[in-house]
Write a protein that binds this ligand. Sequence first.
Ligand SMILES: [Fe+2]
Ligand SMILES: [Fe+2]
Length: 166
Amino acid sequence: MTKNWENDAEYCALVEDLLATPEVQKLANYKQHIHSNRLEHSISVSYRSYLWAKKWHVDASACGRAGLLHDLFYYDWHTTKFDEGSHAYMHPRIACKNAEKITTLNKVEKDIIIKHMWGATLAMPRYKESYIVTLVDKYCAIQESMAPFSQNLRKKWHHMFAKQSV
Ligand SMILES: [Fe+2]
Ligand SMILES: [Fe+2]
């Protein structure tokens, strides 16, 4: 989970209307990766993508807002199966439809949401912003699956180092 996003007034102003909706808030009821719920994951993807977009002078607003909405779906992806296609194919389309019920998406934001599973699905992102969000999504997924493992590793490392320096 990305720390400090709450202290970033510019970011908060960008997403506060979306964050305040029950549709976004109820993402907290769904487990996403091993150590995250879907709301935590969505904020992490949104805020990290927003920061990268600012750094690279591309559309930070689209990255922040569509990043927050990229997984706006309400089922357990570990157990739910679709006849129409895989979870990787289906959930970006479901998220896009759900997002359009609470806000107006521009063409960049739609592309970000629909293409965020690039790699698992074939459709190529059309914009730099879509590449940022799909890469950040993968990074966050790995981090949220490994968090305690990497924390343990860090603790062990410090412990070893402390012993050696005595
Ligand atoms: Fe997703
Ligand atoms: Fe995601």
